[in-house]
Design a protein around this ligand. Structure first.
Ligand code: NDP
Length: 313
């Protein structure tokens, strides 16, 4: 270690420390990432992390701030021991918005273009044709139209679908009807052929998709969740699928992750499971803003995308 080294704590169960160190090294040779249990960690002023163990952050006396290696911050704000005066930054990365738009469009278009029907027919060497569907005749409700959901909604609209978007504040997005409040929520559920959820997890959005909300959805609606698993009552979802009320679901996030081996969602014939990869963080596109946030926090300035913990997202 030299006098110039900046010690930054790194914790992310999904990727080794070298994954981020290599990319930060391209920007500066000064930052040294260390794990939670390294002796130097006690000197660190900044932590970069995804899903640290609850209580861990509070054990570092010199920490001025934490940078989420994700766009969501529920993994930080749900820690009851999180020091109140800590600066918190999150990512806003156009690559992630684009990744999510790709994933949502993949989920929608597989249904819209009868992918499963043609797949089965091809296996049987059957030359069949389904009736073509006009995108404008199908409504997609995007629940949460912030940095990611707003981009998703515009991309889906660009494919010709009728798009409703739900948020707390009214938005102006190309091709998207902006709705707010309980009435907006109800309309989004009632009119959608595809309900796409990109909501952050907060006290208000936890369990927002429950038996009542699934019942409000149009018969035959398809549910797509890439927000957070704790927003969904999974038993109620399975019941809505089993009753035939919902036609299917494509899920990237779950109440417990990794999804337990014995969970009934794994084998459900109407459900497609993804392992929380719909919009992964890449240091290729995010390293610069992480570096800028580290430097800002060390100087006592806010990180690049500061989070207001009182807002909850
Ligand atoms: P933003 O904070 O930019 O946007 C959140 C959106 O949700 C905003 O439009 C906000 O409304 C709306 N919202 C929040 N609370 C409510 C509420 N109670 N009622 C109505 N609308 C609400 O977040 P991002 O777009 O960056 O990310 C959204 C979420 O996506 C993340 O928090 C994370 O959970 C998830 N995510 C999942 C990933 C994955 O791989 N599965 C990857 C990345 C993110 P308003 O605009 O009015 O404030």
């Amino acid at each position: 270690m030299t006098d110039q080294d900046i010690i930054v704590i790194y914790h992310s169960p999904d990727y080794p420390i070298t994954y981020w160190q290599e990319w930060l090294d391209k920007l500066t040779s000064r930052i040294k990432l260390v794990p939670l249990d390294a002796p130097e960690a006690s000197m660190a002023e900044v932590m970069i992390t995804w899903n640290p163990p609850k209580g861990a952050i509070a054990t570092f006396p010199k920490l001025k701030g934490v940078v989420s290696l994700a766009q969501g911050v529920d993994h930080l704000l749900s820690d009851p021991t999180l020091p109140q005066d800590l600066m918190i930054g999150r990512l806003i990365d156009p690559f992630m918005s684009q990744s999510m738009a790709e994933w949502v469009l993949l989920a929608i278009l597989k249904e819209h273009r009868d992918d499963a029907i043609y797949h089965v027919a091809a296996q049987r060497k059957e030359w069949i044709k389904t009736i073509p569907k006009i995108p404008e005749d199908f409504t997609v409700s995007v629940m949460g139209i912030g940095a990611i959901g707003g981009h998703v909604a515009e991309k889906v609209a660009n494919f010709g679908f009728s798009v409703l978007g739900w948020s707390r504040h009214e938005k102006s997005l190309t091709g998207v009807i902006s709705l707010t409040g309980k009435d907006g929520f109800n309309r989004c559920l009632a009119e959608a052929d595809y309900v796409v959820s990109v909501l952050p997890l907060t006290a208000e959005t936890q369990d927002v998709y429950n038996a009542d909300s699934f019942a409000q959805m149009k018969p035959g609606a398809f549910f797509i969740n890439c927000g957070r698993g704790l927003q969904v009552d999974e038993d109620a979802l399975i019941a809505a699928l089993d009753s035939g009320h919902l036609s299917g679901a494509c899920l990237d996030v779950f109440r417990v992750e990794p999804l337990p081996q014995d969970h009934p969602l794994w084998n459900h014939p109407k459900v497609t499971i993804w392992p929380h990869v719909s919009a992964q963080t890449s240091p290729v596109t995010a390293a610069t803003q992480v570096y800028d946030s580290i430097m800002a926090i060390r100087k006592g300035n806010p990180p690049v995308n500061p989070v207001n913990p009182a807002r909850g997202y």
